[in-house]
Design a protein around this ligand. Structure first.
Ligand SMILES: *Cc1c(COP(=O)(O)O)cnc(C)c1O
Length: 411
């Protein structure tokens, strides 16, 4: 038997899974069929409120839309956050439907000229990833007769300790090495661009408050040093994000209140009073709101092991199969929806319907007995699920998506 991660607090402790007051079969009937992602927006709203209460008032909160870019999600979260961060021209178009360009920033390597042009025309801020990209953005601004809004993504000379995905302190396709940044700031300013400041993103999926606190302090200090060296003022500094959520056995949630208190002290000590600071979060805001529901189509034994074979799989929820950014495969929290609180009487593996051994959604976990027709629920499906999975692989139908507990305006 192998352990699984913790069930998010909003769903834990019940005899049967309920989402927004209804059981899984209710939402499946309403959506038409399984597999189905159900997203409880009240959980997202509660995360935003908790973060706002914990963080210093002067800090802006951005949503990194790649975590869950569903248009309903964007429309519902846009009024709750100060800005949106996007990572492609396609995401930029979606963001501009719900937020003014002035609070949208566009990071990501390999931006094509048509993407740079869309950003310049709309007035979104480009987070420049290289000197070459800076030159192309300036040329596009000249050709269009529009002053481009340009920030510099810095490849910091440190990383976010304990993060699942390190994004700094090494050679990187992301950002410009810190020591080359002051020269580029001067070049942008003298070229007449609207230089907006810095974007510094040191890693993702960190659970340790102490590590996040150290990284934020180092980020604030680095931004200040780079601006001083360039002889310029950064109007805006995006401190990145990196707040993780507990996916696996033993994971503890981030103490965001401790992070917020320390960031407040850091601003007092080191912050530039003229700079607007922001953090950008995806997973921490959206991850826990989603539940992936998939029905058991077969139950079989092989060499003494029991397999529950479901109608979904890694083509919808790749991350739960351990093939999205994890080194060692570990189990997400998984339950049998109608028997969630029942005693665990058997050890089973839950596998998807794809014809590949990679499609294992839960590996030798203890669950109550389940039969063909029962619904398996996999938690933590609100971020990097539907759009981060290879949905075309093997030609199975797409999953459905359903939002519940939406604010009145989005219903
Ligand atoms: C993906 C990404 C984020 C969001 O990361 P999470 O782990 O979902 O919070 C933030 N900023 C940038 C630049 C990103 O690429």
């Amino acid at each position: 038997m192998k352990p699984m991660g913790p069930i998010p607090p909003e769903f834990a402790g019940a005899d049967a899974l309920t989402i927004a007051g209804h059981d899984a079969e209710h939402w499946i009937a309403q959506a038409g069929d399984t597999p189905l992602f159900v997203y409880d927006f009240a959980i997202v709203a509660a995360r935003v409120a908790r973060l706002r209460a914990a963080m210093p008032d002067r800090l802006h909160l951005h949503y990194a839309i790649k975590a869950n870019p569903h248009p309903v999600m964007l429309a519902a979260i846009a009024p709750l956050v100060d800005g949106l961060d996007v990572a492609s021209g396609g995401e930029l178009e979606k963001a501009l439907v719900v937020k003014p360009a002035g609070v949208v920033s566009f990071a990501g390597p390999g931006k094509r000229d048509d993407e740079l042009e869309l950003a310049v025309r709309s007035g979104a801020t480009l987070n420049l990833e290289s000197e070459g990209e800076a030159a192309r953005a300036l040329a596009i601004g000249d050709a269009l007769g529009i002053t481009p809004r340009l920030a510099i993504r810095v490849n910091p000379d440190f990383d976010l300790k304990g993060s699942g995905m390190k994004m700094g302190g090494r050679a990187s396709p992301f950002g410009i090495d810190a020591e080359r940044v002051p020269a580029l700031v001067r070049a942008l300013v003298s070229a007449g661009a609207d230089w907006r400041g810095f974007h510094i993103y040191a890693g993702s999926q960190a659970l340790s408050a102490a590590a996040i606190i150290d990284t934020q302090a180092a980020t604030v200090a680095l931004a200040r040093r780079l601006a001083d060296e360039a002889g310029a003022r950064a109007a805006h500094v995006n401190l990145g994000g990196g707040f993780g959520i507990p996916y696996f056995s033993g994971d503890q949630p981030v103490d965001v209140e401790a992070v917020g208190a320390a960031l407040g002290e850091c601003f007092e000590r080191d912050g530039d009073p003229d700079t607007q600071y922001a953090i950008e979060l995806g997973r921490w805001l959206a991850g826990e709101c989603g539940v992936y529901l998939t029905r058991i189509v077969d139950r079989k034994q092989s060499q003494g092991e029991t397999f529950l074979i479901v109608d979904g799989g890694l083509h919808h929820q790749l991350a739960a199969s351990g093939n999205f950014g994890t080194v060692v495969r570990r189990n997400y929290p998984v339950v049998i929806a109608r028997r969630m609180g029942a005693e665990e009487t058997e050890t089973v593996s839950v596998v998807g319907s794809l014809c590949t051994p990679l499609d294992r959604l839960a590996d030798r976990v203890a669950l109550p007995h389940a039969d063909v027709g029962d619904v398996v629920a996999i938690f933590l499906a609100g971020a990097y699920g539907f759009t981060a999975s290879p949905s075309l692989f093997l030609g199975h139908p797409s999953a459905r998506e359903r939002f519940v507990n939406l604010p009145d305006a989005e219903r």
